[in-house]
Ligand binder design. Structure first.
Ligand SMILES: [Zn+2]
Length: 387
C-alpha cells in the first residue's frame, strides 16, 4: 500500500501534496512513528517512504481519524451544526455555521476532558468525536452537571481512504455534514423529537399515547432494544456501544437487509424481518429464562463445546473458518474443501470476514447464509457454504 499521508513535526496529519520533498518534510509514519521521506519525483506517484527503507505500513483510519477530526475543527474555527434544541430558525435549512473565536484540544474540565472546547462570543461549546465509542452515561451526566452545550460528531460510519483525496473528503464531511452531529446538551426536545431516542420513557406513558412496541434483550451484558415502528419497520439498537454487539448487528443487517442509521445509531430493518430478528436476538440473549420455545430451531440443540482440530470438523460438524482462511492464503483452499453443502464456524469476531468472503467468491464457493448459533452458552457465527 502506498503511504500518501503522514504526521508532520507539529503533529498535524498531512498529505504528500502539502509537504516539501525529502527528509526536509520532517514527517513521521502514522502507524509506526518512524521517520519518513517525501518522495515527489517525476516517475512514481508521490508518496512517503520510511527512511529506513522498510516496507510501507498499512495506514488504518483509527490511527488518524480522531486526530485529524480535531485538527480540522481547530484549523477551520467553525462548524455547520443542526439547530440547537429549543431554537427554531426561520430559514428552510435549519442548520447553521457556527464561528469559533478559539478552539482548545482536550483541556481538563474538572475530572474529564472533552475532545475540543470551542470558545464563542456567548460562551463555550464542547465537541466530542465518536470513532469507536460514543459518549457514555457517566460522561453525559458530567456534561449535564456542567450545563455546557455539547455536540457529538459521529465518525464511526465514515468510509475513510487514507489518501490526500480521502483527507479532503473527511474534512468536508466533518465541517459541513449535519447528519453526523447530534446535541448531547441541551437535550433534544421530547415533543416532536425522535421517539426512538426516548428509550426509557414508555413506562409512564398513558394508554392514549401510542409508542412503538419494544423488546429488550441482554446480550453479552449489553442491552439491545428492538422496536417496531408504526409503519412496520423494525429498529434495533444497542443501548451502549460494544464492538462485539456492533459486529453482531452488522451481521444481522447483512442477513436481513438492514441498514445503519448513523444519526440515531440504530439499525433499520424491513417489516418482514421482525420475527426472524426476534428469534435471533432471543437465541443470542444471555441466560435461558425466556420461556420461548425454540423447538425446530437448529441453533437450540444442545451443542457441546467444540473439538475442532486442524484436520477434522468439530462435534457439531463445523469446519473452522479461521483455518479455511489460512488455507486460502497458503493456496491449499479451495482444493481441500469438501464438495456439496458444508458449514464453517467463525470462532469469535476476530475472523477477517471480508477477506474470506472474497476468497469464497473468487473460487466459486457459494455463501448461502450466515447462521447465529449458541455453543456452550456463547453466540457465534456459522457460514453455510456450497462448493
Ligand atoms: Zn510505518
Amino acid at each position: 500500500m502506498t503511504m500518501t499521508i503522514a504526521v508532520d513535526a507539529s503533529g498535524r496529519v498531512v498529505s504528500i501534496n502539502e509537504v516539501v520533498r525529502g527528509l526536509a518534510c520532517g514527517c513521521r509514519c502514522l502507524e509506526c512513528n518512524e521517520v519518513v521521506v517525501a518522495r515527489r519525483g517525476l516517475q512514481l506517484r508521490h508518496h512517503f517512504a520510511h527512511a529506513s527503507k522498510k516496507d510501507p505500513c498499512e495506514v488504518t483510519p483509527e490511527s488518524f481519524l480522531h486526530r485529524y477530526a480535531k485538527q480540522v475543527v481547530r484549523e477551520s474555527l467553525g462548524l455547520q451544526l443542526p439547530p440547537q434544541p429549543g431554537h427554531h430558525p426561520d430559514s428552510e435549512d435549519q442548520s447553521s455555521w457556527w464561528d469559533f473565536e478559539s478552539v482548545k484540544e482536550e483541556p481538563w474540565m474538572g475530572d474529564f476532558r472533552p475532545d475540543l472546547v470551542a470558545e464563542l462570543t456567548d460562551g463555550p461549546l464542547l465537541i466530542e468525536f465518536a470513532c469507536t465509542s460514543f459518549v457514555d452515561e457517566e460522561k453525559l451526566e458530567r456534561i449535564k452537571q456542567l450545563g455546557i452545550r455539547t455536540v457529538e460528531i459521529d465518525l464511526s460510519g465514515l468510509v475513510v481512504t487514507p489518501s490526500s483525496d480521502g483527507l479532503l473528503e473527511i474534512r468536508r464531511v466533518i465541517l459541513h455534514d449535519v447528519t453526523l452531529k447530534q446535541w448531547l446538551y441541551p437535550l433534544p426536545e421530547v415533543v416532536g423529537g425522535d421517539p426512538l431516542l426516548s428509550v426509557d420513557s414508555d413506562v409512564q406513558q398513558g394508554p392514549s399515547v401510542h409508542l412503538p412496541e419494544r423488546q429488550r434483550f441482554t446480550i453479552q451484558g449489553f442491552w439491545v432494544d428492538l422496536r417496531v415502528l408504526d409503519f412496520g419497520s423494525v429498529v434495533v439498537r444497542s443501548v451502549a456501544f460494544s464492538p462485539a454487539i456492533a459486529e453482531l448487528l452488522k451481521r444481522l443487517s447483512r442477513k436481513y437487509a438492514g441498514r445503519y442509521v448513523a444519526k440515531y445509531r440504530n439499525w433499520m430493518f424491513p417489516a418482514w424481518a421482525k420475527a426472524a430478528l426476534q428469534d435471533e436476538l432471543e437465541a443470542l440473549a444471555d441466560g435461558d429464562s425466556s420461556g420461548l420455545s425454540r423447538v425446530g430451531d437448529p441453533c437450540s440443540q444442545e451443542l457441546v463445546a467444540s473439538l475442532t482440530t486442524e484436520s477434522q470438523p468439530d462435534v457439531n460438524g463445523y469446519l473452522d473458518a479461521r483455518l479455511i482462511l489460512r488455507q486460502y492464503r497458503e493456496g491449499l483452499a479451495p482444493a481441500c474443501l469438501p464438495y456439496g453443502e458444508f458449514k464453517a464456524r467463525h470462532y469469535g469476531i476476530g475472523l477477517d470476514c471480508d477477506a474470506l468472503e472474497d476468497f469464497f467468491r473468487d473460487s466459486g464457493v457459494e455463501l448461502l447464509c450466515v447462521e447465529v448459533v449458541r455453543i456452550a452458552g456463547k453466540a457465534d457465527f456459522v457460514y453455510v457454504l456450497r462448493r
